[in-house]
Ligand binder design. Structure first.
Ligand SMILES: [Zn+2]
Ligand SMILES: [Zn+2]
Length: 186
């Protein structure tokens, strides 16, 4: 008897069942639409964009190459997120995570998280990466787990889309606190 194999989500770390016409579970599909996940260049499965490889490939596990069984449309990739070596530590040694918002010369906001905010900001200063647009740190929050950081990052990214005024208020509030502490950006 012919039996169809059950399909599972194309994210490397997800075993959720999906329909035949899907390639990701609804949660990961939203992440992909939001530009938070893309494909691992090694195995082809989906991974978080801030890492170069999926965790399996990163630690050298053998994984079968994955091919989608349905065509994958172009992602929107609205958010500027590049993978960073500074994030790799967070894979293996969760400790303390910074969620940040940067603003560029052309008013574009960029949300990300990192375990090493100094290193991350230094990376943004590198010529080429931000195409000469100087990034300015506008908001910073510290959380204890990577999961919390991911959720907060996704939340802020959605907020930038849906309610930019609230983001501006949040940033002003944050600047107010920093000013109150006698801290000023130069
Ligand atoms: Zn999934
Ligand atoms: Zn991989």
């Amino acid at each position: 008897m012919w039996r169809k194999r059950r399909k599972t989500c194309g994210h490397y770390d997800c075993k959720k069942r999906i329909r035949d016409d899907e390639f990701l579970c609804p949660e990961h599909y939203q992440g992909w639409i939001d530009g938070l996940i893309d494909r691992c260049p090694n195995c082809g499965r989906f991974k978080d964009v801030m890492y170069r490889l999926c965790l399996d490939c990163y630690v050298g596990r053998q994984v079968a190459p994955w091919e989608p069984s349905v065509p994958i449309p172009e992602p929107k990739q609205r958010y500027r997120t590049e993978y960073s070596e500074a994030w790799i530590d967070g894979y293996l040694r969760p400790d303390r995570f910074f969620i940040y918002i940067l603003e560029f010369d052309d008013d574009e906001l960029c949300v990300g998280h990192t375990t090493d905010i100094r290193k991350r900001l230094a990376e943004y200063e590198k010529p080429g990466l931000t195409r000469g647009r100087s990034p300015e740190l506008q908001y910073l929050q510290i959380v204890a787990t990577e999961r919390a950081a991911e959720l907060r990052e996704a939340e802020l990214k959605r907020l930038i889309e849906s309610n930019p005024q609230q983001i501006r208020l949040m940033i002003n509030d944050f600047r107010g606190h920093m000013g109150g502490l006698g801290l000023k950006q130069d």
